[in-house]
Ligand binder design. Structure first.
Ligand code: GAR
Length: 216
């Protein structure tokens, strides 16, 4: 079998990217819509190719996304991974990578699509929050769910403390979901449900309980 290739798209910090690299996943290149994304330096420090394209250099979303996919395709990826990529993608882009484009979103979808998920969860008083890895379809923050992790919401949580707890869960499930993809274990049934060959269906749902960290 030839070597596998994953291209990661980021817009910022790149902590999920760091988790993928730490897990030994075959990240060939990291691309960003922001030249100052800290995750680009992280990738470079691991000898991974990086590129950035500025949306300001293109007249519209379609032309930017076409340029982006040209650069992505240069690396001939088996899988394209969105890891904190904060731009809406054109339908054309999404369809081009159909079935090989996945995203991590900081909520238990279908709850809280879109932005500010942690603040919205806190203000609703939900007791369990979390993150979702899913295949990308044209509809925003939808698409077949590969894996989810739930975390408790504490009464005294701030957006920062909840963000941190969810991020730890993200770093746990994203490498696993990508590994399953690369092992060719994932199938999507007619209802849009994702099955993972050879592992218990329980492995797709993770509960990250952190009650032991409260000092008693
Ligand atoms: C993560 O929480 C990820 O789930 C979120 O951005 C953050 C990126 O952090 N993605 C989205 O909100 C996409 N809609 P990172 O740059 O440290 O990986």
């Amino acid at each position: 079998m030839s070597a596998q290739r994953v291209v990661v798209l980021i817009s910022g910090r790149g902590s999920n990217l760091g988790a993928l690299i730490a897990a030994g996943l075959p990240v060939s290149a990291v691309l960003s819509n922001r030249a100052d994304a800290p995750g680009l330096a992280l990738a470079q420090s691991h000898g991974i190719a990086t590129e950035s394209l500025s949306p300001r250099d293109y007249p519209d979303r379609t032309s930017f996304d076409r340029a982006l996919s040209e650069r992505i395709d240069h690396y001939r990826p088996d899988l394209v991974v969105l890891a904190g990529y904060m731009r809406i993608l054109s339908d054309e882009f999404v369809m081009h990578y159909q079935g090989r484009l996945i995203n991590i979103h900081p909520s238990l979808l279908p709850s809280y699509p879109g932005m500010d998920t942690h603040a919205r969860a806190l203000s609703d008083g939900v007791k369990v929050h979390g993150c979702t890895v899913h295949f990308v379809i044209p509809e925003l923050d939808s698409g077949p769910i590969i894996m989810q992790a739930g975390v408790p919401v504490h009464a005294d949580d701030s957006v920062n403390s909840l963000t941190e707890r969810v991020l730890a869960a993200e770093h746990h499930i994203y490498p696993q979901a990508i590994a399953w993809y690369l092992q060719d274990r994932l199938t999507v049934d007619a209802q849009g449900r994702v099955n993972v060959a050879g592992v218990s269906p329980m492995a797709q749902s993770v509960l990250m309980l952190d009650v032991a960290t409260e000092g008693g």
